[in-house]
Design a protein around this ligand. Structure first.
Ligand code: AMP
Length: 223
């Protein structure tokens, strides 16, 4: 393992930039928690909870769910035991949070001195590439593995190579919702690049390369 257990990192990037795929891999390599707010919300939807029902209307339309809902969810999540290293310090990768300035400010306020962010990594990918990645993305309904019908296909159509689970297309990976999600990224999330740039914690990586190359660069950036 090459990363420090005390890593507290935000992965920033447009939908389809590869944050989720890389966050899973880096978190497994480093033995730290991977916190994906999108995955948490999809789990709420699957479980049929009231929160899930509320979130689904926003998600299917490609919009962001209200800030306070997501801020409360993340605050509770980072308190769970898998987010703490043996010495009591926090260690995690946030994937998909924060996505707005109020969320970034709430995160800053909740992280006291010793638990401050160590890295913010921005995943840069041209918009035409993002479109192709999102429309072809398929997710395993059982283990959550992410595939792509052209760039990373499974051996058998619609069946996960890792666990045999059924592959599904996210309801917000359809063209109608994708356009909205990219617009929301530009207007609400992209301003966070300046926010973190001003704080001196931002590092941009070119994520329009093979997953293995991006993974190695991430490990270097997060040392
Ligand atoms: P993701 O899997 O990260 O692309 O998230 C899927 C959807 O969940 C987004 O399009 C939003 O509707 C919602 N979502 C996830 N994270 C956030 C967040 N930090 N703030 C608001 N909405 C979010």
């Amino acid at each position: 393992m090459t990363l420090q257990l005390r890593t507290r990192c935000v992965f920033l990037g447009a939908p389809g930039a590869g944050k989720g795929t890389q966050a899973k891999r880096v978190a497994a390599e480093a033995g730290i928690a991977h916190i994906s707010t999108g995955d948490m919300l999809r789990e709420e939807v699957r479980s049929g909870s009231a929160l899930g029902a509320e979130a689904k209307t926003y998600m299917d339309a490609g919009k962001l769910v209200p800030d306070q809902l997501i801020i409360d969810m993340v605050k509770a999540r980072v308190e769970r035991p898998d987010c703490k290293a043996a010495d009591g310090s926090s260690a995690w990768i946030l994937d998909g949070f924060p996505r707005t300035l109020p969320q970034a400010e709430a995160l800053d306020q909740s992280l006291t001195g010793a638990d401050a962010l160590t890295h913010v990594i921005s995943f840069a990918v041209p918009e035409d590439v993002l479109m192709g990645r999102l429309t072809g993305r398929r997710t395993c309904s059982k283990c959550g593995a992410i595939w792509h019908i052209e760039h990373n296909p499974t051996k058998q159509d619609g069946v996960c190579d890792k666990c045999g689970g059924e592959l599904t297309q996210r309801s917000d990976d359809r063209p109608e919702a994708i356009g909205k999600r990219l617009e929301v990224y530009r207007s609400q999330t992209a301003p966070l690049l300046a926010y973190y740039g001003d704080r001196g914690v931002l590092r941009e990586i070119d994520a329009n390369r093979s997953p293995d190359v991006v993974f190695q660069e991430l490990l270097n950036a997060m040392q």
